[in-house]
Structure formats: C-alpha cells, structure tokens
Design a protein around this ligand. Structure first.
Ligand SMILES: Cc1cc2nc3c(=O)[nH]c(=O)nc-3n(C[C@H](O)[C@H](O)[C@H](O)COP(=O)(O)OP(=O)(O)OC[C@H]3O[C@@H](n4cnc5c(N)ncnc54)[C@H](O)[C@@H]3O)c2cc1C
Length: 247
C-alpha cells in the first residue's frame, strides 16, 4: 500500500481559526488581517494563539470549524476488502479504480504469489500474527507453510482463471467475479479535517482490521504535516477515545 498527498487546503489552521473566530466576533473576518482576527486570543505569537484556539475548540467539542479544510489522498494497492470498509464513511468522497474498464491481463500469475495484484495478509505467512476471531488451531512452522501455500495457490489460480476468461472473450466486468476480495485497487479520496479525525477514531482503533488501520495511520502521518496543531492535539488528547459517534 502506498498513500500520497494529492491536494490540500493551504493554511488549514488559519482557516479553522477564521471560521471559529467568526462565531464570536463583532467584526467581519473576511475584511481584516489574520493578526486582527486573532488579537484577543491568548498567546504571545500568532502560532501560540493558533495553538490556544485550536486546543480550546477540540477540547470543547466545537468541531464545525474543522470541516473547512479539505485534503485529498491517492491510495495505491489496498484490497477490495479494505476499500469496502473505508467507503462506508459517507462524508468522504471517492474515486475507485474500475475493474470494468481496467483489465489485469498483463499480470504474471507467478508474481501474484508474491503480492502482485492481490494483498497477502500477514497472517498467511507469520506464525506469530494474532488476529481478531483467531481460530483455536495450534500453529507451528509447518502449519504456517501450509497456510501460505494454500493462500498463494488459490490467488494464483483465481488470477489465471480470470485471464483465461478474458482470453475467451468474457468482458472484464463479468470476469472479475472470480477474483479474490484481496484484489488490489487504487483510490483517490477527499475529506475534511473533522472527518479525518472521525475516520481515525474508528479505523485507527485496535478493533479495526490491520489493513485499514495501516491506511489510517498513513493518512494521519500526512495530516500531521498538513495540519500540525490539530493532529498533534488529536494524537495526544483524543485518539483512542471510546464510543465517539462523531468528533
Ligand atoms: C471495527 C469495525 C467493525 C465494523 N463491522 C461492521 C460490520 O460487521 N457490518 C457493517 O455493516 N458495518 C461494520 N462497520 C462499519 C460501521 O458500522 C460504520 O458503518 C462505518 O464505520 C461508518 O462510520 P459511521 O457510522 O460513523 O458513519 P460515517 O459515514 O463515517 O458518518 C460520520 C458520522 O455522521 C453521522 N451520520 C452519517 N450519516 C448518518 C445518518 N444517515 N443518520 C444519522 N447520522 C449519520 C454519524 O454521527 C456518523 O458517525 C464496522 C466498523 C468498524 C470500525
């Protein structure tokens, strides 16, 4: 999986502060400098004032201003399973690579065994991997080798069958039905900073699956550079909150 930043609102935290200050200001925030907008906020520098205001908003559950800044990510090579999970979030906008129009007919089935085209979960090869709903089967080296072999044989067979069906003239939109749920897909997705915190609440949590958790941690790493005061506060004070329906 690879996650990269495509686009993001410039100065997201200035925007958050302007939105929030608008609520309690006699003056029109559109007609004044940022320094003037922040004049009465506690802090010796503009940066300190931003920290004060953003920390206050997050601590008091005033989340509306965090809906103004938008960020767009490009995500390469997640499973269709992970894609199904992340696309449940209704305030995120998606473009998902089409398997109707993109035929994977040039992939070498031998490479599929090594993780090309289909995501191989760590539990297929790692004897020490502990997942949720773990089966009570004694796992030794031999068991894991057998597990890895079955997994790799199955995905290789599926991709070979898919390619044969294409060769026999079946349209990609129908031939894809034989592909595994682990088949890789690329996505572009956009959301606002509030939604990113909500996605992280649900998907960086210990009960989320390893793949979407990894994806969310990558999103948070990018967000930490983009919107540093907000996501630093989120990491320190808010992450792993229990039972937050929405930030
Ligand atoms: C560990 C885990 C396991 C899961 N297992 C399953 C499963 O087995 N089966 C399954 O179907 N789903 C499952 N889900 C998905 C989950 O139920 C949600 O559908 C998904 O996480 C989207 O989050 P959300 O409900 O917060 O909505 P989002 O779309 O992210 O919306 C954000 C917030 O907006 C508000 N909102 C949005 N739309 C509405 C609405 N129509 N009405 C009222 N409020 C709204 C809510 O406050 C919501 O929390 C699982 C999620 C997790 C994290």
């Amino acid at each position: 999986m690879e996650v990269t930043l495509l686009e993001a609102t410039e100065d997201p935290e200035e925007l958050i502060c302007k939105g929030a200050r608008n609520d309690y200001s006699d003056e029109f925030v559109g007609g004044q400098s940022f320094e003037a907008t922040m004049e009465t906020v506690e802090g010796d520098t503009l940066e300190a004032k931003k920290e004060t205001l953003i920390g206050h908003l997050l601590d008091h559950g005033h989340f509306g201003p965090f809906e103004h800044p938008q960020i767009t990510f490009a995500v390469e090579g997640v499973s269709r399973s992970c894609m199904a999970q992340i696309t449940r979030h209704r305030h995120v906008s998606f473009d998902v690579q089409s398997m109707r129009y993109v035929a994977f007919d040039d992939v070498d089935p031998a490479d599929v065994r090594e993780g090309e085209m289909v995501v191989i979960p760590p539990s297929a090869t790692d004897p020490d991997w502990v997942g949720r709903n773990q089966q009570s089967v004694q796992v030794d080296e031999e068991t894991v080798e057998e597990r890895a072999e079955i997994f790799r044989d199955t995905i290789e067979d599926a991709v070979e069958s898919y390619q044969q069906l294409l060769d026999l003239g079946m349209p990609p939109e129908d031939a894809r039905f034989v592909l595994p749920i682990g088949t890789k897909v690329n996505m572009v997705m956009s959301m606002n900073a509030r939604m990113l915190m909500h996605v992280a609440d649900m998907r960086a949590a210990a009960d989320a699956q390893w793949e979407i958790r990894g994806l969310t941690e990558d999103l948070l790493d990018i967000a930490a550079d983009w919107c540093p005061i907000t996501f630093d506060h989120y990491e320190r004070e808010m992450k792993n909150r229990k039972n937050r329906l929405a930030p």
